[in-house]
Write a protein that binds this ligand. Structure first.
Ligand code: PLP
Length: 1016
């Protein structure tokens, strides 16, 4: 049942309905006059009291100070006709955002208390302590400190600019190689969002591969994880795929409609089954075999690829990533070479650069949703790059022998546990297992659970009659003793425990009974044989390897990353700090709810704030990326339409300018995409929208719009568009990727949308991690709240009463990165958030004003101003100088910058988004670089430089090229590598020359190349 809350009740739900009459908890912190912009928000301003915090945050988060804001404003004038100076931030916003949608009050973020960084973290620590830690997990310290907690690794973006991303590309290639080796299926991608959604992707892939397009049944073994079964069920239904869950020995192919089967190895209850026969039979019936598995177990077990599986997938958390109450973790996915082009998600491949040297890149990028849109094989965009990198480094650090030793250690401890429990009179249901045993506990189950709880041990209650226990390498002698004590306390054998874990170990060795893996399932093949997994086993070596890779990558630690639509703002240290706290990162997602009170308190606060920011009634924190938010939001709409007997409505209108994930997600929900045109100003073509809505009025399900538009303008008439769609019986989905231009100034709910997702990894400070993790929660209007995602394992406090099902493996998605957003919201509060948005819009307009005499600014609003991002048009230069957007982006690397978003949403343009966090100094540096590059283009136009042999087409310039003995270019080395004073003071070198994309796709290689290939 959905309950109503007010802010005073620190409620316990990830999905929450907001009571508009917000009251606040009594916190003894200073409360400023909400509308004033005191020194707490900027570096100058009025003095309040000596007892208020000095370490306030907004002035750290927002780059330009008061004086800089003034001088930036002075540069901006409105459109040519009126040509009016802009005097203040408020006036700028008046000119930018239509009055009809403006929010005329300050957002209320839990009472808008002003807190310093230290005070807030102390308070959050108190909240975190309400979570109970029963276990801790091993992340090698060298990886935790130097990757997870290192901005050099967590602040870069997805490696779209390969030349300045070679470090993480190499590490992601290690990840793919490691997954390929462990699973015995060589073609792996560089991570999916979680195991359950990876399984759903596998189902879609089987359907795409199947020649029999009418065959739409997919069989699932009942011993798969329940959350996996749930997620694939939900994903399959709109596509008309029938998921049949049954015991694998009863799989029935006789109807000829089975496209694939899913088994889990080891199964959810820990049992080990030999699936060779199953695979043979499935293949005889043209069905593919999908295997969910555990990487660590595969160090000991025959890998799925060797017994006939076509696809292997799973969660790589066991390889050195914290549990984090469910995430983020990198899911892996591998298959055979023949299906390489159907693999979902991002794939890293090997290619060559302009000098013919080996270089890494994202392969098959043309499959990205930007290009394939509704024909995309998957809607995955952001994945789990940072976690995949941690996992890869775990394999690099431990190597094949280390990984095997850890796996053997875990397995032997489990065998000792099983032997001890049998001595105490308990039956072990699975004879063959790796690290998990199912114990028949009968009528003693409840009593046993109490005994275990008293000893701070969590186990899984399988049913009223049995439990299962999983061990890992952190389990100690004492842990096993405690387990034995708990079982002995409820054992019918009353005598004292006459053995110890050590005595059992000796006995098992003597009797040669140390393993519970049958001989025919023991792995015989080698793995992790590449030198990279055999070279860096001392900490010094690993540390230097991590650092060597890091130095190749341009992150926010080097320069601004002006990627339009990506909002690369500050990822503050105070925000990142709690992510490493054990109270947040050492908790299993399925522990009893009384152990996670602190987490839910934080979820409630975030949900409340996001509802206030969006103007909606309820939120779900389950979707773990923007793409998943889109899918979840559209599924919620679909379910709502069903509830009002409108299930026939299946048309989704999507403007041509939309991000590719929009149509890809719509198709996943079974909707048909109808594309709406944009006019010459980049706005949705209202006439076309009306015509299409009218044409499809009987079947209209939804309109998906991005606001402000992907063209960087607050288009007029957004309210009218929403009203029109409602008039035709449809719902409005707002893609909140551009929310950084709305927070505190206008709200999707007020504009008339029904649902929106928020990319917390953009607007709300979760770092991009070099391609993930992210979080894509959705906020919905009250009529959609009952349909918010639920979870079959964690039923309390999640979702609506008629919830659609699960969209992620974990009930609250990637929970352990939510403290980042929480800290941001609390430190900024309503006043700071509004200021941040104003400055984001100011920064874009300031840059556009400085650049407009050099480049054409493609789209502007009615006053000639842009929103938080803008597009510069490079199309004319193709004709005049043979120069394209890619040349400018690559040349920017020589100036020490990451290029803006290239050729999206308009081909051969660059989309620039500066964010509020960049100082005027940094904005000017980028503007100066772009102006200087414009001069380089002008030199080609005037004939001063050659059209085919010039500084732009040869960009970027590597250190190797610049320092080579031979130099035959028609420009100097200085001009190439040190074009500005800033580059002379601090030079960032692209580590390879321009990467050849076509070569890489034609010669697809997606695992670590042989060592010989590194030789010149
Ligand atoms: C406008 C827009 N919508 C949706 C997305 C997808 O978000 P995610 O990458 O988190 O899946 C993006 C990502 O860049 C985007 O820019």
């Amino acid at each position: 049942m959905q309950r109503l809350f007010n802010a005073k009740t620190l409620t316990t739900t990830g999905s929450l309905l907001l009571n508009k009459s917000i009251t606040t908890t009594s916190i003894t912190s200073f409360k400023p006059v909400a509308s004033s912009f005191s020194r707490y928000y900027s570096s100058v301003g009025g003095y309040e009291s000596v007892f208020t915090a000095l370490d306030t945050f907004p002035r750290r988060h927002i780059g330009p100070n008061e004086d800089e804001v003034k001088s930036m404003l002075a540069k901006i004038t409105t459109s040519k006709q009126s040509s009016q100076k802009v005097e203040s931030l408020d006036q700028l916003i008046d000119f930018t955002i239509p009055k009809s949608i403006r929010l005329n009050r300050t957002l209320d973020i839990d009472g808008n208390h002003v807190k310093g960084e230290h005070q807030l973290l102390q308070e959050l620590k108190e909240v975190a302590k309400k979570n109970k830690i029963f276990r801790s997990f091993i992340v090698p310290f060298v990886i935790q400190r130097n990757i997870l907690e290192n901005p050099g690794w967590y602040t870069p973006y997805t490696p779209y600019q390969a030349e300045i991303s070679q470090g993480r590309l190499e590490s992601l290639l290690n990840f793919q190689t490691m997954v390929g080796d462990m699973t015995g299926l060589p073609m792996a991608n560089a991570s999916l969002l979680d195991e359950a959604t990876a399984a759903a992707e596998a189902v879609s892939m089987c359907v795409n591969i199947s020649k029999n397009k009418k065959a739409l049944a997919f069989l699932v073994d009942s011993k798969c994880h329940p959350q996996t079964i749930d997620t694939i069920r939900l994903r399959a239904e709109p596509k008309g795929i029938r998921i049949e869950v049954t015991d694998s020995d009863k799989f029935d192919y006789s109807r000829g409609d089975v496209v694939g089967v899913l088994v889990q190895y080891p199964a959810t209850d820990g049992s080990l089954v030999d699936y060779r026969h199953l695979a043979k039979k499935a293949h005889e019936h043209d069905a593919l075999v999908v295997c969910a598995t555990d990487l660590l177990s595969l160090a000991l077990l025959t890998p799925p690829g060797e017994w006939g599986a076509d696809i292997a997938l799973g969660n790589s958390q066991r390889f050195g990533v914290p549990l984090g109450f469910g995430g983020p973790h990198a899911a892996f996915f591998s298959t055979s070479q023949k299906y390489s082009r159907l693999l979902p998600g991002r794939i890293i491949g090997v290619s060559k650069d302009s000098a013919g040297s080996q270089a890494y890149r994202m392969a098959l990028q043309t499959r990205e949703q930007h290009i394939r849109r509704e024909k995309a094989t998957s809607n995955i965009c952001t994945s789990q790059a940072l976690l995949a990198n941690m996992t890869a480094m775990y394999a690099v650090y431990h190597g094949p022998h280390g990984v095997k030793a850890i796996a053997s250690n875990v397995h032997k401890k489990t065998v000792i546990l099983a032997a001890g429990l049998q001595r105490l009179g308990f039956e072990i249901a699975n004879h063959h297992y790796f690290d998990t045993i199912k114990v028949v506990t009968g009528d003693r189950t409840q009593a046993l659970l109490k005994e275990l709880e008293n000893r701070s041990i969590n186990v899984r209650r399988v049913c009223a009659q049995s439990i299962s226990i999983s061990l890992d390498e952190t389990v100690t002698l004492r842990d096993l003793q405690l387990l034995f004590e708990a079982f002995a306390a409820v054992s019918k054998k009353t005598e004292a425990i006459l053995f110890t874990p050590e005595s059992l170990e000796k006995e098992l060795i003597t009797n040669k009974k140390e393993t519970a893996i049958p001989a025919h399932l023991i792995r015989k093949t080698e793995f992790l044989t590449h030198p990279v997994f055999n070279r860096y086993h001392s900490e010094h070596e690993l540390l230097r390897y991590i650092h060597r890779l890091q130095k190749k990558d341009l992150g926010l630690t080097t320069a601004m990353i002006p990627l339009g639509s990506c909002t690369m703002k500050l990822n503050a240290t105070a925000e990142m700090y709690p992510v490493s706290w054990p109270e947040f990162n050492s908790i299993h997602p399925f522990v009893p709810s009384d152990q996670t009170v602190g987490y839910r308190e934080m979820f409630d606060s975030i949900s409340r704030s996001l509802c206030e920011i969006t103007g909606f009634a309820a939120a779900s924190l389950q979707p773990n990326a923007g793409s998943q938010g889109e899918y979840a939001g559209l599924m919620v709409i679909r379910e709502y339409l069903r509830s009002i007997n409108q299930s026939h409505r299946d048309i989704c209108l999507i403007p041509v300018s939309a991000h590719g994930t929009n149509p890809a997600s719509a198709v996943m929900t079974g909707m048909k995409v109808v594309v709406v045109a944009c006019d010459q100003f980049g706005n949705v073509d209202q006439a076309d929208l009306r015509a299409k809505a009218e044409k499809h009025k009987d079947n209209l399900a939804a309109l998906m719009i991005t606001y402000p538009s992907t063209h960087g303008v607050f288009e007029e008439g957004a309210k009218e568009m929403c009203a029109m769609i409602h008039g035709y019986g449809g719902q409005v989905y707002m893609d909140g990727a551009n929310m950084n231009a709305q927070v505190g100034l206008c709200r999707p709910g007020d504009i008339g949308a029904d649902v929106c997702h928020l990319n917390l990894h953009k607007t709300f400070c979760i770092p991009h991690g070099g391609g993930g993790p992210g979080m894509g929660p959705i906020c919905v209007a009250s009529h959609l709240a009952p349909f918010l995602p639920v979870h079959s394992v964690v039923k309390e406090h999640v979702g609506g009463e008629h919830g659609i099902g699960a969209v992620s493996a974990a009930p609250w998605g990637s929970s352990s990165i939510l403290p980042i957003t929480y800290v941001y919201l609390q430190l900024m509060n309503g006043v700071g958030l509004k200021r941040a948005t104003q400055v984001a819009i100011l920064s874009a307009n300031y840059m556009a004003a400085r650049l407009k005499d050099h480049y054409k600014i493609l789209y502007t609003g009615s006053h000639g101003l842009v929103a938080h991002e803008f597009i510069i048009d490079l199309r004319p230069f193709k004709e005049t100088a043979g120069i394209e957007a890619e040349d400018v982006a690559k040349r920017l690397q020589d100036y020490g910058f990451h290029g803006p978003t290239m050729s999206w949403p308009v081909t051969n343009t660059l989309m620039i988004e500066p964010t509020e966090s960049e100082s005027k100094y940094e904005l000017d540096r980028l503007v100066d670089a772009l102006i200087s590059i414009r001069q380089e283009i002008a030199d080609i136009e005037s004939g001063k430089a050659d059209k085919l042999n010039n500084i732009l087409v040869h960009a970027p310039h590597t250190e190797k090229v610049i320092t080579s003995d031979k130099w035959d270019r028609p420009y100097t080395r200085q001009q190439a590598a040190y074009p500005t004073q800033a580059t002379r003071e601090s030079k960032f070198w692209p580590s390879v020359g321009r990467v050849d994309n076509v070569f890489g796709d034609r010669n697809l290689q997606c695992s670590c190349p042989a060592v010989s290939s590194y030789q010149e």
